[in-house]
Every structure is written in C-alpha cells, then in structure tokens.
Ligand binder design. Sequence first.
Ligand code: FPP
Length: 239
Amino acid sequence: MQSIPKHIAMIMDGNGRWAKKRLLPRAVGHVKGASNVRSIVQACTHYGVEYLTLFAFSTENWRRPEDEVSTLMDLFIQYLDKEVSEMREAGIRFRIIGDRSAFAPSLQERIERAERETSHNTKLHLTIAANYGGQWDILRAAQLWMQANPNSSIGELEPAGLKNYLSTHELPDPDLLIRTGGESRLSNFLLWQMAYTELYFTETYWPEFDKPELELALDWFSKRVRRFGQTDEQVLGEN
Ligand code: FPP
C-alpha cells in the first residue's frame, strides 16, 4: 500500500447506536469501543502510522447523562491501568490533549504517570483528546501567546506563532481524519490542525471499525492528490 498517512486523527462515533441496535445499554457500546482502541492502535503500528490522535471526550460531552459520563471516565481509568506497561514495551508514546484540570485527581495522576513512563518512546505517538475542544485549543493558544509576548500586540500574532501554543505543538498536523458512525462533521475536534486534512467518513460504528475497515480508509487516502492550495498541475509536476 502506498502513501501511508503519517498522522491519523479519529472521531470514534457510534458506540451508543451499536449498543442500541443490539438492545444493549449504551455503556456496553462504550466498553466495546474502548476495547477497539487497542486493536486500532495495533493496526496503525502494523501499517507504520507514526501519530494517532483519538477523540475520546469533548468539552461538550459533559452534557451527557451523569452515569454515561462516569462510565466513560471509568473506562479511561481502566484503559490506563491496563495498557500503560504494554505501551511502554511496544514503543508507544502516550499523550493527553485537552483540559485535564476538570478530571478527578486519581485520573490526572494516572495520565501524568502514563505520559512520563512512555516519554522516551517514538514508534507510535498515541494522543487521546479528552475534555478537548478545537475552539478551546485555539483560544488558549492565543492567550498563551499573549502571556509569552507581553510587549507585542495581537496584530503581530501569525499562524506559525499560534501553532507553537496549541496543545498539539509537538505533533504534525493530521493527514487523514477518519470519522465512524455516519455523521459528516468535525464536532469541534482539531479545527486549526485539520485545515488541509483529508476527511474520510464511514457509516461503520466505532466498535465494528476493524483492521479491514482501516485498510479501506488507507486505500482511499492513497488515491487522494493533496494540493495544499496549489493546482493539480503544480502538485503532479505537469505543465
Ligand atoms: C461516541 O459514541 C463516542 C464517545 C463520545 C466516546 C468515545 C469513547 C470510547 C471509544 C471509549 C473510551 C476511550 C478510551 C481511550 C479508553 P456515541 O456515544 O456518541 O455514539 P452514538 O452517536 O451512536 O450515540
């Protein structure tokens, strides 16, 4: 397969509908969805993807019923407890982006430990967006820039300057976004970072998004001509 994306971002949608279709509680869909994260991380490693960023919990998801929010938090804790040592061994570098200050102290401690213990790894950069919103990220970057440049005016702020203060400043921009679950929207994910990302939407619910499904997305991506604002002729080297 040619042209593997260096960075894939994923919106893991459809857990609830997957469960509903089977007359199961939504929480079961999230459990199944969390276990699928592991398979997709492995599949991405297999294909040589270097960066994988997963949208696990948005700044808007706090509006969900309390028991669903607490299921998601528990799953997150379980994921960290179960996977950190394996990530360390498998060369996976783990990061969280988003406002972690809203999480329980026990979750924040686990996140810090996971980040610390995998900080020397480079094979796959696995980033989980948790309590993340693209608008939050952009606004915060502008505020951080102003704090760091107290003698400058906002008119001097340029895209490259802002980029340094985004929560993703250590990551390249995504080449491919995959959204499962049939919706065609970005839902406040990496808004700034996805300016030139190829967008792939599939009807498949996240718990059923497996390696063959990932292959379909990779095949689709390999056929895209990425122009970054230029013409086909410029990009393909024709006159
Ligand atoms: C969207 O499905 C999914 C979420 C809001 C949460 C995604 C979380 C996981 C996959 C599990 C936890 C993650 C980790 C990293 C352990 P939905 O509930 O909106 O589905 P619906 O649109 O069918 O209702």
